[in-house]
Design a protein around this ligand. Sequence first.
Ligand SMILES: Nc1ncnc2c1ncn2[C@@H]1O[C@H](COP(=O)(O)OP(=O)(O)OP(=O)(O)O)[C@@H](O)[C@H]1O
Ligand SMILES: [Mg+2]
Length: 341
Amino acid sequence: MFFGKILGLFGKDMAMDLGTANTLIYIKGRGIVLNEPSVIAIQRDTGKTIAVGHKAKEYLGRTNPSILASRPLKDGVIADFDLTRLMIKEFISTVRSAAGLVKPRMLIGVPSGVTQVEKRAVIESAEQAGAREIYLIEEPMAAAIGAGLPIEQPRGSMIVDIGGGTTEVAVISMFSTAYSESVRVAGDEGNEAIMRYIQRKYQMQVGENTAENIKIGIGSAFPLDEPLSMEVSGKDLLNGIPRTITMTDEEVREAMAEPVSVIVESVRRAFEKTPPELAADVAEIGLTLAGGGALIRGLDRLINHEMGIKVVIAEDPLTSVVMGAGLALQNIRDYRRVFIN
Ligand SMILES: Nc1ncnc2c1ncn2[C@@H]1O[C@H](COP(=O)(O)OP(=O)(O)OP(=O)(O)O)[C@@H](O)[C@H]1O
Ligand SMILES: [Mg+2]
């Protein structure tokens, strides 16, 4: 009882997926306690935080000049150190009551290709946000664990984690990464491609959130069985007047074709560079898609169509990384070897 109280004062172990698009926090013994867009809004003159997460995302492209709404991570890494630190601090304080009073130990996912400088930026921002000990785990490793792949076995498992900023492809066997590649093309590029397409074809401007809604609403990588369409509102490029157009799934597929092909090519390269035995294992059980990009309609069919490989979508692709990191924390004895530091 006494000890229980004392232990309660210490921070609980915490896993964080600090993603370009979304930040998730998992607390040991509790599960996922936070799942919010990686967005922060501050008052420009005072630097005071106004909002983070969902609320701040609504501000994107909608604020007056005195407010800065920003996504401080780009391409999978920290682009704005100060804003990232503020954002993490805010997220941690939101979950503080669940986490205990004192500084938590933290396991954070980082893209497989990060540089030392980028790693240091992640560690420092977590430290300044109040974490005590910080461990890092490669995101594809965490995603593979979270997706339930048998990474401890002497068989090859392939995970393709398509996030907002990066697509990471890795082949894992016996707790170690046999092959990995990180390309900085993922969901964000899809949104940007849609924005460019609408500008070119309709001379109309739409914001980032609208482009994302189009992608999620009717976007696809492979022809659909049932056609989809959607009304899209934006601003005429020439006279600035608001307009509405109707877009079809075919147009959005065409718009997204280039980033989608970059993702498919990165999977193809992974097969080329993976040792034959491991590649054969992957062919047998299929590759697994994780990350929000796994939800692009028909991406599994496209990869299967182009490469003849079976494709499985992780059960809850948006939470694979944080679930995997959380599981690694729960079973730290087994999984400590996959931490990097
Ligand atoms: N249903 C959907 N269809 C298509 N794309 C989706 C869907 N749901 C989410 N996404 C996209 O998934 C991306 C976010 O995925 P995720 O949360 O895995 O990224 P992240 O982990 O924050 O980014 P990264 O791993 O690159 O740092 C966004 O680009 C979002 O638009
Ligand atoms: Mg991610």
